[in-house]
Design a protein around this ligand. Structure first.
Ligand SMILES: Cc1cc2nc3c(=O)[nH]c(=O)nc-3n(C[C@H](O)[C@H](O)[C@H](O)COP(=O)(O)OP(=O)(O)OC[C@H]3O[C@@H](n4cnc5c(N)ncnc54)[C@H](O)[C@@H]3O)c2cc1C
Length: 622
C-alpha cells in the first residue's frame, strides 16, 4: 500500500514491492513445450512431462535456493556446497541422459531440454558437468579400441553416473594462448612405470609424465582432466590425468597425494564466481595418452562439440529465466498509474525479446536434434515424416551441417544473450541492477555469469573463422547450400519463403565468390555467421509456423524474417540491405495486439494506456 501524508513511509512500512511467486518454468512455457512436441515423439513428450514438471518445480525449491545462496556466500574453494548442486544435477541426469538408452536416438534433445531448467540454478556447476560430458564423449570414441582392463572404462562409467559421479577438467589454455593452442608450453615425456599394474596400468599409472603451466582451469576440484601437451616431436597430443595418485607412506600404508598439480592461484573474475578457476603448475603429472599420438587438436575437438552445446543451452536458458523475471516484475509493477505489463512500449520491448528467444531456441534445438541423431541413428519416424524439421539427406551431409551449426549456434546465441539479458535487467529498472546475494531471481548475476559463454569454448571471432574455413573447405558449401535450399523450399508461407530464398542466394553467391578471397571471407566472418544464423532460424520458425498454422508462431516468423526483429540487425551482412524487404511500418493497435499475444499468450485488453498520466480507465489484469 502507498503511504499517505498522514502516514509517511518508513524502512518497513508504506509501499513495498514484492514479486509474484515464480510460476513453473516448464508448464508455463508454451513455446518450449511446442518446440519439444516438434522434436520428440508424442509418447516421449507425455513420458517426460511429469518428470520435467516436478524438476522445474524443484529448481525453485527452498533447498535449491539455499544451495545457491551458500554457493554465493562462501568463496569458491575446492570443497563445499557446490558439490551438492553438482550431485543434484548429476542425479537428475545432466550428463547421464546423453549416454543412457532410455530416450534412444533422442537422448541429447531430452538431456538438454532438462538442462534448460538445470543450468540457471546450477551455481555454474554446469561448467564442470559440461566438461565431464565432453570427456565422456571423447572416451566413448576411444573405448572400443581399448582392452577391458583399461582404466578409461571405469572413468567413463563414473563420468556418466547419476550416483557416484566424477567430473573432468579440460586444460588447454595457456599464457601463450587459448584460441591457438599451437604455442603450448606443456610437455609430455614417455616414461612408463617399470612395474605398472597389468597391461594398461591403473588410472594413476599412465605412461607419460606431463609438466607445464595451465592458465585457466575451471574444474580445479575435478577427479580427472583432459589436457593438451607436446611430445618429443613437438606436436600436440591429448592426455587424461587423475588429479590425485596413491603412494605408500613410510609405514607402507596407501595415501592419496596430488598428481604433481599445484594451484598457483585462484583467479578473480567478473562472474562465475562460484567456480574455482585456477592457474595450475604441472610437474611430472602421470597421464595416459588419449587418442592417437600427435593428433591432440583433432582428439580434443570431440570435447568441444559437446561443451559448445552446453554453452548455448546455458545462454538460452539464461535468457528465458531473465525474461521470466522481467515478466513477473511487469505484472507486479505499476507506473504512471498503470500496470507495467500493458504499457505499449514495455510490451513491445518484451515482444522483441520473446521473438529473439524463440528464433534462437529453434536454432539451438535443431542443432541438438542433429547432434543426437548423428551420435546414434536417425529414427525412422523422423525420416518418414514430412512435418519434422528439415534433415540432411546423408550421413556425410549431417557431419558438415552439424559442424557448421554447432559453431554458429554457440557463437550467435552466446553473444546475443548478453544484450537480451541486459534488456531484461533494464526492464526491472534499478532493481534489475541489484546484486543481492540472497536474491535467487538475480539478473545482474546472470549477466555476469552468462557473458563468459561468448569467450570460453571459442570466442565469437574464432568461431566465425572456423565456420568460414569449414564452409569454404572441399565441397562443404555445396552441401550446406543443398540442405538449406531444400529446407527453405519447405516453408509454406509464400512471402516468407521468398525472402529467405533471396537472402540465402545473396549469402551463397558471396561465399562462393570468396572461395578465392579467403582473406575477405574471414574478415567478413562475423557478419556472414550471424546472417547464416538469422536465415536458418527464420527457416525453422517459418516451417514450424506452417505445420499447424499457429497464428502466434506465424507472427513471430514474420517479424523475424520480414522485419528482422528480435535479432540484432546490425550483425547482419551489409549486402543484405538491398535484398531484404523494407521493414513493415508499425501498425498501431493491431501490432500491439500481437505484442500481447507473443508475450502473454493473451488478448490485449480493450483499454491500452499510453504510459503517461492521461488515461482514466484501468486495464484488466493478465
Ligand atoms: C572464466 C573462464 C574459465 C575458463 N576455463 C577454462 C578451462 O577450464 N580450460 C581451458 O582450457 N580454458 C579455460 N578458459 C579459457 C578460454 O577458453 C579462453 O580464454 C578462450 O579460448 C580464448 O583464449 P585466450 O584467452 O587465450 O584469448 P586469445 O586466444 O588470445 O584471443 C584474444 C582475441 O583474439 C581474437 N582471436 C584469436 N584468434 C583469432 C582469429 N583467428 N581471428 C580473429 N580473431 C581471433 C579472439 O577472438 C579474442 O578476441 C576459461 C576462460 C574464462 C574466462
Amino acid at each position: 500500500m502507498v503511504a499517505t501524508q498522514s502516514s509517511p513511509a518508513s524502512a518497513d512500512t508504506g509501499f513495498i514491492f514484492s514479486m509474484p511467486p515464480a510460476e513453473n518454468r516448464f508448464t508455463e512455457d508454451v513455446f518450449f513445450r511446442r518446440l519439444l512436441a516438434w522434436y520428440l515423439p508424442s509418447d516421449m513428450c507425455a513420458k517426460i512431462e511429469p518428470e520435467f514438471t516436478a524438476f522445474a518445480e524443484e529448481t525453485a525449491s527452498e533447498q535449491v535456493k539455499e544451495w545457491l545462496l551458500s554457493a554465493e556466500r562462501e568463496p569458491p574453494y575446492v570443497k563445499s556446497h557446490n558439490k551438492r548442486v553438482r550431485a543434484w544435477g548429476a542425479a537428475n541426469g545432466a550428463v547421464a541422459i546423453g549416454y543412457e538408452t532410455e530416450y534412444g536416438s533422442y537422448r541429447r534433445i531430452v538431456q538438454h531440454a532438462k538442462n534448460y531448467f538445470f543450468t540457471p540454478v546450477s551455481a555454474v556447476t554446469s561448467c564442470p558437468l559440461s566438461m565431464s560430458d565432453g570427456a565422456a564423449h571423447l572416451l566413448l570414441e576411444v573405448l572400443p579400441g581399448l582392452p577391458l582392463s583399461h582404466p578409461f572404462h571405469e572413468v567413463f562409467r563414473r563420468l556418466t553416473s547419476r550416483t557416484d559421479c566424477w567430473t573432468s577438467g579440460q586444460w588447454m589454455t595457456e599464457r601463450s594462448g587459448g584460441s591457438d593452442v599451437q604455442n603450448t608450453e606443456t610437455w609430455a615425456v614417455y616414461s612408463p612405470l617399470p612395474n605398472k599394474t597389468g597391461e594398461c596400468g591403473k588410472l594413476d599409472e599412465g605412461d607419460y609424465l606431463v609438466s607445464g603451466f595451465k592458465f585457466f582451469s575451471s574444474a580445479t576440484d575435478a577427479n580427472v582432466a583432459i589436457l593438451l601437451a607436446k611430445t618429443a616431436g613437438g606436436k600436440l597430443s591429448a592426455f587424461l590425468a587423475p588429479l590425485t595418485r596413491t603412494v605408500l607412506d613410510e609405514n607402507g600404508r596407501e595415501k592419496t597425494v596430488t598428481n604433481g598439480i599445484r594451484i598457483h592461484r585462484l583467479k578473480n573474475k567478473l562472474g562465475t564466481k562460484q567456480l574455482p578457476t585456477a592457474e595450475l603448475e604441472l610437474k611430472d603429472v602421470r597421464a595416459h595418452l588419449v587418442g592417437p599420438l600427435d593428433r591432440g587438436v583433432g582428439t580434443i575437438s570431440h570435447i568441444l562439440n559437446v561443451t559448445r552445446a552446453w554453452a548455448f543451452i546455458g545462454s538460452l536458458a539464461g535468457m528465458r529465466r531473465c525474461m521470466n523475471i522481467a515478466k513477473s516484475f511487469a505484472k507486479a509493477r505499476t507506473v504512471f498509474g498503470y500496470p507495467l505489463w500493458i504499457l505499449p512500449l514495455h510490451l513491445r520491448t518484451l515482444a522483441g525479446l520473446e521473438v529473439r528467444i524463440r528464433g534462437l531456441l529453434h536454432l539451438g534445438f535443431y542443432t541438438l536434434a542433429l547432434t543426437s541423431f548423428a551420435e546414434s541413428t536417425f529414427p525412422k519416424a523422423v525420416l518418414e515424416s514430412s512435418s519434422y524439421a528439415p534433415l540432411p539427406s546423408s550421413a556425410e551431409d549431417t557431419v558438415v551441417i552439424l559442424r557448421t551449426l554447432t559453431a554458429v549456434t554457440k557463437a550467435v546465441v552466446s553473444k546475443t544473450a548478453v544484450t537480451a539479458i541486459q534488456e531484461c535487467m533494464e526492464a526491472l529498472g534499478g532493481v534489475g541492477y541489484m546484486d543481492e546475494l540472497d536474491e535467487p531471481e538475480n539478473i545482474a548475476r546472470a549477466l555476469r555469469d552468462i557473458s563468459v559463454n561468448a569467450i570460453w569454448e571459442g570466442t565469437t571471432n574464432v568461431l566465425s573463422s572456423e565456420v568460414i574455413r569449414h564452409l569454404l573447405n572441399k565441397h562443404h558449401l555445396d552441401i550446406f547450400n543443398n540442405w538449406l535450399r531444400s529446407a527453405i523450399a519447405r516453408v509454406k508461407i509464400d512471402d516468407l519463403r521468398s525472402v529467405l530464398q533471396d537472402a540465402w542466394a545473396v549469402q551463397y553467391r558471396l561465399l562462393s565468390k570468396q572461395r578465392e578471397y579467403l582473406f575477405d571471407a574471414l574478415a567478413n566472418g562475423r557478419a556472414i555467421m550471424f546472417t547464416i544464423a538469422w536465415t536458418v532460424s527464420g527457416t525453422l520458425l517459418a516451417i514450424d509456423a506452417g505445420r499447424d498454422g499457429n497464428p502466434v508462431a506465424g507472427e513471430v516468423a514474420r517479424r523475424w524474417i520480414i522485419n528482422q526483429e528480435g535479432f540484432p540487425r546490425e550483425y547482419l551482412l551489409a549486402d543484405m540491405d538491398a535484398t531484404l524487404p523494407s521493414r513493415r511500418p508499425q501498425e498501431g493497435k493491431e501490432r500491439a495486439e500481437w505484442d500481447c499475444m507473443i508475450v502473454w499468450d493473451a488478448k490485449l485488453p480493450e483499454f491500452v494506456p499510453f504510459g503517461q498520466r492521461t488515461g482514466v480507465q484501468q486495464p484488466s489484469k493478465i
